[in-house]
Design a protein around this ligand. Structure first.
Ligand SMILES: [Mg+2]
Length: 390
């Protein structure tokens, strides 16, 4: 028997693998410092609600995926809801099937719970992880191969009580090699202007400055503030107005000089098509949980590329699992992607991680994981430490 035939035989054996069970692990992971954005202004968050999913097979290998119960920015999911969807609706559809049948499985999950993207994200990404582990290749190989070894990422500048503290937080990121900043705006326009001016005075042209209102402003307030921010060379204004107001985003794109990014307004491919048809934004942000993981985000990126939009890879604050999923997608993208905030959980927002090999930015860049699958090894002690009863 030749080597080729031998490996072919092994490959056939791998394809016989079947999904045996789905395990969910709900976690409360503390933030390092309070995470304040314009929506949900009543309180800042003390911990992230993350859900880790393990898809187990009859051959012992398992795949891991992550989603979050973010409960802001259009997310209405709670950890118990996500777990109920996954165990009550998805698990019976998954058990006994081949993890290689990602497209058919995702189609069935969506047919069962329409647009349940937050729940589907963890399952789909776990299947990609599983396939990569079975074939002994990183997920970026499954996505078409690696176009880059490192992915430059941006930092979120969460709201601070004073402009001095805001600049101090930016300085800390700058010293770690970050050059792309997403400044949270939308509660106090005077403070927003002060912050933007202070950042330009401190860093000059040495940084790229973006602003993000998290859908919090009305049209007039947004148009007024964005015009006043124009002298500070803002690269893009992220989701200034309400999720549902796509016509408003289109009008805003005409009314102000800076480009507009749609984030909360984009969930499915249909919602992105709507944005494109109405020319409501020229930048689109995707997130693992919001947009349903790798399986669906691939489609969004293809649509965005075809429409000539810029792609901003984001995430809700997350552990290394969702960070890795986005890093693999960025690595496999043959066209440039923007310096997104998908490493936000690891760039300082979260106090801890649940991976043995945390994916940490080095000089503002995330190294693309090269291990099989997503390349993340779970730290069982950390899982136990942050696990909650639901
Ligand atoms: Mg956003």
């Amino acid at each position: 028997m030749t080597d080729t035939m031998a490996s072919r035989t092994n490959f056939d054996t791998d394809l016989s693998v079947r999904i045996r069970a789905v395990e969910t692990i709900p976690l409360h992971i503390p933030f390092g410092s309070p995470f304040q954005i314009a929506t949900a202004r009543e309180s800042s968050r003390e911990f992230l609600e993350a859900l880790i999913v393990r898809v187990h097979t009859d051959q012992g290998v398992f795949g891991i995926g992550e989603t979050q119960a973010w409960r802001r920015q259009g997310s209405a999911e709670l950890l118990p809801n996500l777990m109920h969807s996954i165990h009550g609706q998805f698990e019976p559809l998954l058990v006994g099937r081949s993890p290689f049948d990602v497209n058919a499985i995702m189609q069935d999950l969506n047919a069962t719970l329409y647009n349940s993207l937050y729940a589907q994200a963890a399952i789909g990404d776990a299947l990609y992880d599983l396939i990569g582990k079975f074939l002994n290749v990183p997920v970026h190989v499954l996505l078409g191969g690696k176009s880059r070894d490192r992915v430059r990422v941006g930092a979120v500048l969460s709201m601070k009580p004073t402009v001095e503290e805001l600049v101090e937080s930016a300085q800390a990121f700058y010293e770690r090699g970050f050059r792309h900043f997403g400044l949270k705006i939308g509660i106090d326009p005077a403070a927003d202007l002060r912050n933007a001016r202070a950042l330009r005075e401190t860093f000059g042209d040495g940084i790229v400055l973006r602003v993000d209102a998290n859908a919090s402003m009305n049209f007039d307030a947004a148009a007024n503030l964005l015009r006043k921010l124009e002298p500070f060379d803002i690269d893009v204004a992220e989701q200034p107005i309400a999720i549902w107001d796509v016509d408003g985003l289109a009008a805003l794109s005409q009314a102000v000089a800076m480009p507009i990014m749609a984030d909360e307004s984009v969930s499915t491919d249909h919602s992105l098509l709507d944005i494109i048809k109405r020319r409501a934004a020229t930048v689109v942000q995707t997130k693992t949980a919001k947009n349903g993981g790798i399986h669906y985000i691939k489609r969004l990126w293809n649509l965005a590329e075809a429409a000539g939009m810029r792609i901003y890879p984001g995430n809700h604050p997350s552990t290394s699992i969702a960070t890795s999923a986005v890093a693999h997608m960025c690595a496999a993208s043959p066209i440039p992607v923007m310096e997104g905030v998908f490493a936000v959980g690891m760039s300082g927002a979260l106090a801890d991680d649940i991976a043995e090999n945390s994916i940490r930015p080095i000089d503002g860049e995330v190294p693309v994981p090269d291990g099989p699958g997503l390349g993340v090894t779970l730290d069982e002690d950390k899982l136990a430490k942050y696990r909650i009863e639901v």
